[in-house]
Design a protein around this ligand. Structure first.
Ligand SMILES: [Zn+2]
Ligand SMILES: [Zn+2]
Length: 233
């Protein structure tokens, strides 16, 4: 076992001891995230009324907005300490990136979900502090349909984010992890987990639109070469 492996091992042991309480149940956490998300999406769909063609534009626009929010949130406060957002930096750079490195990507039990999923309290906070006011603002500025399409798409995007990120951190031979698209996206995230590269490349966790737009995408040369090549900057 080399030094890097020993560091991950000892960090994992300390994190499991100090940060995962005896009451924590990973599957409950997972069900809360996807259950709440599905309820919000369901309520949004049921609230739509006679959507006009132009109103559907809210779906791709919200998707793009969410992708850029993911990109800048990850490139900014998750990798650089900002006043008032230190908790975000500590959780991501200080914990997630020490628990998982490019050579140790997989969790080892459902309790390790704590190191992957957003905390339930943070999801509830984002819903109340961001989704609600933006939805109300859109209902006022545009139409209620646009507001509901925004909430629906933003929540679907978030669930997609959580699902993909979870699969990246499952053992490599998991059923979902073997899908071609997921394998490619996982490889991008694995490169991001290289401690030498994490603060500079592959900030999108889902689809690398922001990385392509802002020149921060790395891509493997070819499977099995063990190397990566920068394709844009
Ligand atoms: Zn990760
Ligand atoms: Zn990161």
């Amino acid at each position: 076992m080399d030094l890097a492996e020993r560091q991950v091992d000892s960090f994992r042991a300390a994190y499991r001891r100090d940060s995962i309480g005896p009451q924590y149940r990973g599957l409950v956490h997972l069900c809360f995230t996807f259950g709440l998300g599905c309820v919000v999406i369901g309520v949004s769909i049921l609230s739509l009324e006679h959507v006009r063609p132009l109103e559907w534009l809210a779906v791709p626009l919200t998707f793009l907005y969410a992708n850029l929010a993911e990109y800048f949130g990850h490139r900014g406060p998750m990798h650089h300490p900002r006043r008032g957002l230190q908790i975000v930096y500590e959780r991501h750079a200080g914990q997630h990136h020490r628990f998982f490195t490019d050579r140790h990507m997989a969790l080892e039990s459902t309790r390790d979900l704590k190191a992957v999923l957003f905390p339930a309290v943070m999801i509830s906070f984002f819903l109340v502090a961001f989704a609600l006011p933006v939805g109300l603002l859109l209902a006022w500025l545009a139409t209620p349909n646009v507001a509901w399409l925004f909430v629906m798409t933003a929540m679907a995007y978030f669930l997609n984010y959580e699902a993909l990120h979870l699969v990246y951190h499952l053992p490599q031979d998991s059923v979902a992890g073997r899908l071609v698209l997921v394998r490619r996206l996982r490889r991008l995230h694995q490169v991001h987990h290289d401690p030498r590269l994490m603060a500079r490349y592959n900030f999108n966790i889902t689809y690398p639109i922001g990385d392509l737009l802002f020149g921060t995408l790395w891509r493997p040369v070819a499977a099995g070469t063990g190397g990566s090549v920068r394709i844009a900057r």
